[in-house]
Design a protein around this ligand. Structure first.
Ligand code: NDP
Length: 293
């Protein structure tokens, strides 16, 4: 099985590369080998390698910068998946792609289903939604995983930022009115491989799927648990529990508006692929152990 994996240096891409190693012959071009903002280059690359499966873990993920670098965000998050989807549709091969909780408006307190109305609040969210729609419109066989709050042992993410700030600072305030489920890149990679294996047996298993751990937490609650586990693992911290304060989103203005409710309903992925998603707390403990190695 030959696979083209785009975005292999990113959080999800890195874990995918490891998870795929025993399953497939993986071509994973770096940015210097293939600029994904250049769609003509992407087409030429695909025609050269003619993969049997395309995985797109690349994206423009700088949520705040996307408010001003809008054209580039759309090229990566909408133009690229559109090009990949057309390629896959013409050759009848599977495209695996990743989407975001930011395609939803994030109001209310209910968890959203895959067919809940979208309504992105930011240009990043709009560009991701445009990518989802382009993949769907192409008619290609696709598995699109909408995930949330991605972190991992490597890359830039909330867990690593908190560990750094917790060592440097004696007090810290963290947003407490945005709720979701932090998703380790490794869980996304493992689920991707499992879903692809199931697809090989049953080609009906395509569409949009929410992919996140069970449970829910605010960024503040997530930070509390990160510091609790860090203390348990004897990581030296300058901050103590009482010095971590909850903050309202309105007190922490950012260029892009974030959804306050990122809860994703997991029934479809669990039912379709016969899995029970793990709890975010267990996944955090595993990812922190990974990081400490
Ligand atoms: P990262 O930001 O960690 O990785 C993005 C990847 O895209 C990197 O490999 C990066 O390469 C590559 N890339 C971006 N622009 C270019 C370019 N012009 N040419 C070549 N490569 C490029 O992303 P994640 O792993 O966190 O995200 C994976 C998927 O999950 C994305 O679809 C994202 O939208 C989605 N998602 C992410 C969330 C998050 O919290 N991070 C939340 C919800 C969904 P380089 O290393 O060279 O920059």
């Amino acid at each position: 099985m030959s696979v083209v994996l785009l975005g292999a240096s990113g959080q999800v891409g890195h874990e995918l590369r490891k998870a795929l190693a025993i399953h497939a012959d993986v071509q994973a071009p770096s940015r210097s080998e293939l600029d994904l903002a250049d769609i003509d280059q992407v087409r030429t690359y695909l025609s050269h390698y003619h993969p049997q499966w395309v995985i797109n873990a690349a994206a423009y993920t700088a949520v705040d910068k996307a408010e001003t670098e809008t054209e580039l965000a759309f090229r990566l998050n909408a133009g690229l998946p559109e090009c990949l989807a057309k390629y896959c549709a013409e050759r009848d091969i599977l495209l695996t792609h990743y989407s975001s909780d930011y395609v939803y408006p994030g109001d209310g307190e209910q968890s959203r289903k895959e067919d809940s109305p979208t309504g992105p609040l930011s240009y990043y969210g709009k560009s991701k939604l445009a990518g989802d729609e382009a993949v769907q419109a192409s008619g290609c066989a696709s598995q699109i995983f909408r995930t949330s709050w991605v972190y991992s042992a490597r890359g830039n993410n909330f867990m690593k930022t908190m560990l750094r700030l917790g060592r440097e600072r004696e007090s810290l305030s963290v947003v407490d009115d945005q709720v979701g489920s932090p998703t380790p890149a490794r869980l996304i990679a493992d689920m991707t491989v499992w879903a692809w294996q199931r697809y090989l047996d049953d080609q009906e298993l395509t569409g949009f799927f929410h992919l996140a751990p069970r449970g829910e937490v605010s960024w503040y609650g997530f930070a509390l648990e990160i510091f609790r586990l860090a203390r348990e693992a004897n990581i030296p911290l300058a901050i103590d529990e009482a010095a971590l304060a909850p903050l309202a989103t309105s007190e922490y203005p950012t260029a892009a508006t974030r959804p306050s409710n990122s809860r994703l309903c997991l029934s479809l992925i669990e039912k379709t692929f016969g899995v029970k998603m793990p709890h975010w707390k267990d996944q955090l403990a595993l990812t922190l152990t990974d990081y400490l190695k």
